[in-house]
Design a protein around this ligand. Structure first.
Ligand code: FPP
Length: 253
């Protein structure tokens, strides 16, 4: 008789008491995925939405509290206008199509970035969806849109400087905590795990302040091939690491 082999999926191996509270993802590789299939880049973005749907469901099911997706960077405005328009339209149609599922799955939608830069229809529908899902108490799904971390930091510095100028704040009161309160992410905990797909090993101006202590996980999978099982694999990898926050191994064990 062949030996019994227990086939445990990644999910079953995860210790749910040690989940990362906040996972951030750089969804990369849509264009290459499409090109590999002889299709236009936009085809990759359309298929990327299927990954978003599966990963959002999988994250909620696992009990992850915050998921932040790098959906459109401030630099992405420089892409060909055809592609930018297609992504914006995809965003609107996805929000409209998914809203009932977000409600059913208790997902609260949130957005960070320079949202005023979005086409007005897109901004309007996004705000309406954020408003509608604000009653939900499960996973907080944050879309980073027209997002630039350096711009976010400069913005924070500007509004703090204004308060100092007006006399409502003293320079000595500018602590790390106060600074963090002036970021777009003031109501989110810092991510403990940052995932980037597509075999690129860069941070690309994403959450530079917030990922100070995050574990970084890179996979060569292209975003349209990424599914919840891949998220679970990343979480499992995260759980195998020792997070020391500058202390020694003996101090944290
Ligand atoms: C990166 O791949 C992907 C993007 C810039 C867009 C991401 C958008 C989606 C997945 C669809 C919309 C999402 C939501 C939440 C509705 P790339 O184009 O940079 O790929 P490449 O590096 O292969 O060129």
């Amino acid at each position: 008789m062949p030996p019994m082999v227990s086939i445990m999926g990644y999910k079953e191996q995860i210790d749910i008491d040690r989940l990362p509270r906040h996972v951030a993802i750089i969804m990369d590789g849509n264009g290459r995925w499409a090109k590999g299939k002889g299709k236009l880049r936009v085809f990759g973005h359309h298929n990327g939405v299927l990954s978003v749907r599966d990963v959002v469901e999988g994250a909620g099911e696992l009990g992850i509290q915050y998921l932040t997706l790098y959906t459109f960077s401030a630099e992405n405005w420089n892409r060909p206008s055809f592609e930018v328009t297609a992504i914006m339209e995809l965003l609107i149609s996805t929000i409209n199509k998914e809203i009932s599922k977000l409600m059913k799955n208790n997902v609260r939608l949130n957005a960070i970035g320079d949202l005023d830069m979005l086409p007005s229809k897109c901004h309007r529908e996004l705000k309406a969806a954020i408003e509608k899902t604000s009653v939900n108490t499960g996973l907080v799904l944050t879309l980073a849109l027209s997002y630039s971390s350096r711009r976010e930091l400069a913005h924070a510095a500007q509004s703090i400087a204004q308060k100092v100028e007006q006399g409502s704040l003293k320079a000595a009161e500018v602590t790390e905590e106060l600074f963090a309160q002036h970021l777009y992410t003031h109501n989110l905990p810092d991510p403990e795990l940052l995932i980037r797909t597509s075999g690129e090993y860069r941070i690309s101006n994403y959450l530079l302040w917030q990922i100070a202590y995050a574990e970084l996980y890179f996979t060569t999978k292209l975003w349209p091939d990424f599914r919840r099982e891949d998220l679970y694999e990343a979480v499992l990898d995260y759980q195998k690491r020792e997070r020391r926050f500058g202390k020694t191994s003996e101090q944290v064990n």
